[in-house]
Design a protein around this ligand. Sequence first.
Ligand code: SF4
Ligand code: SF4
Length: 442
Amino acid sequence: MKNNILKPKYRGIPQWFKIPEHKLTATNAIQTLPLPDRVVIPLHQHIGPPSYPVIKIGDTVLTGQKIGDSNEFRCVPVHATISGKVTDIISFKDVVRNKEQQAIVIESDGKDKWIDLQTVDDPESLSNEEIIFKIREAGIVGMGGAIYPAHLKLTLPKNGRLETLILNGCECEPYVTADHRVMLEYGEEVISGLKIITKLISPDNIFIAIEDNKPDAIEHLTGIVEKSSLDGRVTIVPIKLKYPIGARELLVKAVLNKEVPFSGRCRDISVLVHNVSTAKAIHDAVIEGRPFIEEVITVGGGVNNPQNLLIRVGTPVKNLIEYCGGKNVNVNQIVLGGPMMGSAITDLETPVTKGTRCLLLKNTKVKAEQDCIHCGNCLDACSMRLNPSLLAKYSQSGRYDDCGEAYIDDCIECGVCTYVCPANIPITQYIKTAKQQLSLME
Ligand code: SF4
Ligand code: SF4
């Protein structure tokens, strides 16, 4: 037995815990951010082995040109997101992934001159291997927060199959409305991507899960599905909004009433979950030949004009804040990601990377951390049925191996334990630190 810590049997569907939604930008149509003069493209924006530069300083590059890759199939390449000149390859501290990494700097020529895009009219004309290759070459990562390589998720083991596909349109974190707008404004592309995923894995059952606070998205995608070749094969499931129901393990439980095994994956129970924006990216790559160089992000909180923006990857956050009218005087913290799961940044030159769905400006009152009073709030609130208090304690005292034994890998970093802790213990931050230390020990 591991440290006498019982392996949890069931995850809970978050039943009682509801945080304020603050979906203030839900009706704001996506605006395109003007192109930046300079982008910084990190070489490692995914889970798996990093990419390496395939260009050198002084090269001129086109928008969409591959600038980083490796021979590893598990690697995800990166691309130039503007046309111009490679002026530097720098080392920078990636606060979101909490690591030092290399990044390629491109100065714009102001022309946004693209590579030739290889379009495809009918994905049925392509073999599954050709589609997987296109998805990898386009550099697509999971947009639900996991930044897992999309091509790996869609590669089935030999003679293996997945029975159920769930397209995840749940966007439960407060403030974030990027996926909501993508479903409304790029619904055709989302369903086209769903068709491509369906061709790749031939599931028996297809669900689209959308929270019930987005009735317009439910109606819109229902209409598109009914007019598509998927009509009759897809069930659209309204999901009751309870944070963090968008996490795939919890979503599988909510939609199918099945448990993803602890320390396991959805595919262990023959299920694949893909985010709606990832489906759109798959459409863009396979049908339009477009690499993953831009994404929709919500800029919210203490800016004068909160928006949903279509931005090029590698754009500094200061450009987003300026476009949204600048920050309010009370802002004292800037977070990449949502209020529950995001990471605070101090440098406004920090580039927005793949999979970032929110830039949030906050007024945070710093409260002194106190000793645990053993109230049990964090245990009650953890939908993954972990012991957050114990994980924080182990992390604080450097007992990282014990964190591993206490199923730290099952923590989805939802931030709920920190939110409910009356002793102001930054439990999730302690857990993130322990995970980082454990990854360095591997
Ligand atoms: S962040 Fe806290 S509440 Fe969320 S899964 Fe991890 S331990 Fe549980
Ligand atoms: S919520 Fe905070 S104070 Fe209460 S048991 Fe958890 S860590 Fe301790």
